[in-house]
Structure formats: structure tokens, C-alpha cells
Design a protein around this ligand. Structure first.
Ligand code: FES
Length: 152
């Protein structure tokens, strides 16, 4: 099932994180399934518990199904000072979910994360691989609405 991804990477341990990234990015529910872990284990000849270790060490990975769009709002101090908490409230209200939850339509999962490296433009969030900076409540609502529209 993941042969197309494996074909891009020689079976060496160094490629583990790249392979896991691609598997997660290509899954409609944005996670690395148990089945995927077994296949990666066979391909790279490394034990599944080592792969689980990597998946749980890095916060960007998930071993449970998530929304098609994963929102990661930065909660580090520079973003916090610039109002990340207000943005979090706006996201919760717009999506009608709490942190760590997925919307009923399976479209969004809301997560918090550490610094995304754009502190000069705080507050900042990522949705899948895209960055959104200088956020305010109106901007957040618009971003979410746009994605909802595009996904219809
Ligand atoms: S503290 Fe939020 S992007 Fe750096």
C-alpha cells in the first residue's frame, strides 16, 4: 500500500522520519496507522516499537486519526503575549471543538504547538503545511471559512 512512498527512499534507518512524514501527509486522516507502522517496519527492518518511539517523540506525528486539516496554534510566550489565547478562543468558537478534538465533519483538528519560528509575526498557526501569521479573530474566521468552502 505504501510502495510508491518506499520507492522514493532507500531502505535505511535515516529515511524513517521522511517516510513517516509522507505517509501521514498522504493519509486523509493525517495520521500514521498501525498497518503503516508494520509496513515501514518490514521495509526498513526496524522494530515497530522503535517506530512508535519516534512517532511519540515528535509532536507533529499522530497515531490516531485526525481531521483532514490539522490546525497547530503556537502557544510559546511571544505568541501568547501577542494574543494567542484570543486566537485559541476564536478557533474553538468557530470550529465548535476543544483543543485536541476533531470537528464532527472530520475536517479540522485543533492542536497547540511550540514556536513555529515566525515570532516576529505573532500570533502564528499552521494548517497542515501552510503558515498563517499576524492573526486576529476576523482573519481566523475567514481562513476557516475559506477552507470549508474549498472542501465542499
Ligand atoms: S513564539 Fe509563536 S512563532 Fe515563535
Amino acid at each position: 500500500m505504501y510502495q510508491k512512498i518506499f520507492d522514493k527512499y532507500p531502505p535505511t534507518k535515516d529515511n524513517l522520519i521522511y517516510i513517516l512524514h509522507e505517509i501521514q501527509d498522504n493519509h486523509p486522516q493525517n495520521y500514521v496507522s498501525e498497518e503503516a507502522i508494520k509496513e515501514v517496519s518490514d521495509y526498513l527492518r526496524i522494530p515497530t516499537n522503535h517506530i512508535y518511539g519516534v512517532l511519540t517523540f515528535y509532536t507533529m506525528y499522530s497515531t490516531t486519526p485526525r481531521g483532514r486539516y490539522v490546525i497547530r496554534l503556537c502557544e510559546s510566550p511571544p505568541c501568547f503575549v501577542k494574543g494567542a489565547n484570543t486566537i485559541l478562543k476564536a478557533l474553538k468558537k468557530t470550529l465548535n471543538i476543544q483543543t485536541g478534538e476533531t470537528t464532527a465533519d472530520g475536517l479540522f483538528t485543533l492542536e497547540l504547538c511550540a514556536c513555529l519560528g515566525l515570532c516576529g509575526n505573532a500570533p502564528v498557526m499552521m494548517i497542515n503545511n501552510d503558515f498563517y501569521a499576524d492573526l486576529n479573530e476576523e482573519k481566523v474566521e475567514k481562513i476557516i471559512k475559506n477552507i470549508q468552502e474549498e472542501s465542499k
